[in-house]
Design a protein. Structure first.
Length: 299
């Protein structure tokens, strides 16, 4: 059994850490906002800071919101780097900048430790069900060491390439998810304005070529008007920023990603930063001056 550190125990980190405890591992935990009593009851040992967690653990996992939070968790006073000795492995499962990831990895390598970027897809539902998709960048030997731990949290686990490639894969994932939410929103809006029941249209499309997890999950949210997160619009804006800044650096145009970011910006301006990302449809509805409504969903 391994000694694992877990830094960042929010919506995603909490259930993921729970699976590691259930798998029989020793878990050292730190979050500046505290560790849930439920995890402590299950045996999590709370550290006074990230450095103490890193000192006690052999593998240290981070699950924090954004690039500055990862930098802070790693390199601030009392951060992970202070507690590292050669041979440990640092694993970042947050969704952050692929470019900064390479810089962080190099600094951790200079301390004699390996670094894996291992962001996830599957949401809080996947975190609870231990069915996350995990996309990994880093050295193969470190990946093989951590694989049994990843397997306690996820199902589709792929070593994509070197450091940064896991985060690049996650940005690609977020491009597809945003554009598909936009497509499903437009399609259901069109159907509703044309007088068809969008709930039935969604059901009809689910058997065919237009089916997707987004049509199933986010399409249902649009029809049922359920915009409680889930995945907050503010986090998706962060991910599309990474896509658009990356595209700029690479000399690449991503026109529809830019449009989706503008729609998220408009949703945020309407007070929707904390809506589920399926709430993008509300902006399309404003443009159309028509709200999706489903006779079969009316109660
Ligand atoms: P969250 O805000 O619920 O949790 C993040 C936790 O990190 C918080 O408890 C916070 O206190 C802690 N934290 C922040 N800065 C820290 C620091 N410097 N040191 C230690 N802890 C710190 O966010 P979340 O929804 O759990 O998302 C975490 C990451 O996972 C994000 O990068 C997000 O994009 C990604 N993600 C989220 C989902 C989702 O559905 N929520 C799905 C896939 C990926």
């Amino acid at each position: 059994m391994s000694k694992i550190g877990f830094i960042g125990l929010g919506i995603m980190g909490r259930p993921m850490a729970g699976h590691l405890l259930a798998g029989g591992h020793t878990l050292y935990a730190f979050d500046p906002f505290g560790v849930s009593p439920e995890l402590v009851e299950k045996g999590a040992i709370v550290g006074k800071n990230a450095a103490e967690v890193a000192k006690n653990a052999d593998i240290i996992i981070m699950m924090v919101p954004d690039t500055p939070n990862v930098e802070d968790a790693l390199f601030s006073a009392g951060g992970i780097a202070e507690g590292l000795t050669a041979g440990k492995i640092v694993v970042d499962m947050s969704s952050i900048s692929p470019i900064e990831t390479k810089v962080f990895a190099k600094k951790i390598n200079d301390l004699g430790c390996d670094y894996l970027d291992a962001p996830v897809s599957g949401g809080d539902v996947g975190a609870k069900a231990a069915s996350l998709t995990i996309m990994v960048g880093g050295p193969e030997a470190a990946f093989n060491t951590v694989l049994p731990i990843f397997q306690l949290m996820g199902k589709n686990i792929t070593l994509v390439g070197g450091n940064g490639d896991g985060q690049t894969t996650k940005v690609a994932n977020q491009i597809i998810v945003a554009l598909t939410i936009e497509a499903v929103g437009e399609a259901l809006l069109f159907a509703s304005k044309a007088g068809a029941d969008p709930a039935k249209v969604r059901q009809a499309l689910m058997g065919g070529f237009a089916n997707s997890r987004i049509l199933e999950v986010h399409g249902e949210r649009m029809v049922k008007r359920n915009f409680e997160p889930g995945f907050r619009i503010a986090l998706h804006q962060k991910d599309l920023n990474l896509a658009l800044q990356g595209a700029r650096n690479l000399g690449l145009s991503l026109p529809n990603t830019a449009t989706c970011q503008e729609l998220f910006n408009a949703a945020a301006a309407a007070g929707g930063s904390a809506w589920d990302h399926s709430g993008m449809v509300r902006v399309l509805e404003k443009l159309a001056n028509h709200e999706i409504s489903s006779p079969s969903q009316a109660n």
